[in-house]
Ligand binder design. Structure first.
Ligand code: FAD
Length: 325
């Protein structure tokens, strides 16, 4: 197997994201010589034996990130570069690969090395066709989709070579604003994906809708469990039809054929029917549970591992009490 560089960045506090440890596991599964290169504010005390560190490399910024990645790729002399497909790496690495005279492939979900030939697999056409690719061009940069490998264990490197990289950028970071607990979009790092369906805004057994309470219950759960928030298409579409809606949901939350296909370990679908175009977005969620009043809903037909035939208002109210929200 050719020499592999695992390229990662640090996050606040000097840790590396879980996706970085998954990428390390992917590299180790191939065998051969694996070098870890890290960039970020205190990258020198992280898991890499090659590091680009300094305040200038703390924020996600194309110019400084691409310069750090380029220097680490060149210094490692690696033919294959694996990096986690975080939004930060997704922006910086195509440019760094081009500068190094290499190529880049994104959304990689599997790797194999047979008789020294590396192949990578990814999904095409909205996750319906899986393709396997190999390339002659080097360095070959591969961005690994979070959730595709089990995270590896890694200790700080015994000896670190720090590279001197000039941080030149016209972009200055003036502040950071973050939505609370990942409410505004799918958060891949969360353990659990909580999905809300249109049922939350429909008339309930007393003949009335309870949309404000639905909103409180959903946000209460998402904040307390630090879960990622998803939605069915119907629920986010209803806003444009002038119906009673949950104001914090947008098309960025939509899971399914026309939405996203996340890879959380666990998923809990509430008040959604389990229609095929929605459930196709759940194909990589490993443990799927659903709460629906209808024992004949789509989830009951093999689409969920566990279906609770129950009122989601009651279930989530009780859940929130148990987890203390
Ligand atoms: C080409 C195409 C692409 C599509 N792509 C997507 C996509 O990407 N994503 C997507 O989501 N949809 C997609 N759809 C739409 C999809 O087919 C469904 O219409 C949609 O997912 C249904 O949404 P829902 O389950 O939230 O709502 P509904 O079908 O209205 O279901 C609401 C459910 O809530 C339950 N319920 C009500 N009250 C309670 C309660 N108190 N407790 C528990 N359960 C309760 C009801 O029993 C019902 O099953 C697509 C459709 C097409 C044709």
């Amino acid at each position: 197997m050719e020499k592999i560089l695992v390229l990662v960045h640090t996050v606040e506090g000097g840790a590396v994201p879980r996706a970085a440890l998954e990428t390390l596991a992917a590299a180790r599964s191939l065998g051969g010589d694996v070098v870890v290169g890290v960039f970020g504010e205190s990258a020198g005390s992280s898991i890499g034996s090659l590091a680009v560190e300094g305040e200038a490399f703390a924020p996600a910024r194309y110019a400084t990130d691409a310069a750090a990645c380029g220097a680490l790729i060149t210094a490692s002399g690696a033919a294959v570069v694996l990096a986690p497909h975080t939004s930060r790496m997704g922006r910086a690495l195509p440019g760094a690969a081009a500068r190094a005279g290499g190529v880049v492939d994104t959304h990689i979900t599997g790797l194999a090395a047979e008789r020294g030939t590396l192949t990578a697999s990814r999904w095409f056409y909205r996750q319906r066709i899986e393709g396997t690719i190999s390339r002659a061009a080097r360095p070959w940069v591969l961005l690994i989709e979070p959730g595709s490998f089990e995270a590896a264990e890694a200790a700080p490197a015994a000896a670190v070579t720090k590279l001197d990289v000039k941080a030149v950028s016209k972009t200055e970071l003036v502040g950071f604003e973050s939505p609370e607990g990942g409410e505004q979009t799918i958060r891949p790092d969360a353990e659990t994906l909580f999905v809300a369906g249109a049922g939350w805004t429909k008339k309930q057994k007393d003949g009335q809708t309870h949309t404000p309470e639905a909103g409180e219950l959903i946000l209460g759960f998402v904040r307390a469990a630090k879960s990622s928030l998803g939605s069915s298409k119907s629920l986010v579409d209803m806003g444009s039809e002038g119906q009673s809606v949950l104001p914090f949901l947008t098309h960025l939350h939509q899971i399914g054929q026309t939405g996203s296909t996340p890879r959380h370990k666990k998923g809990l679908a509430t008040c959604c029917h389990g229609e095929e175009p929605h459930v196709v977005g759940w194909r990589f969620v490993r443990e799927r549970r659903a709460v629906n009043l209808d024992a004949n809903c789509g989830w009951a037909r093999g689409k969920a591992d566990v279906l609770y035939v129950a009122d989601a208002f009651e279930v989530v109210r009780e859940l929130n009490k148990l987890i203390g929200s």
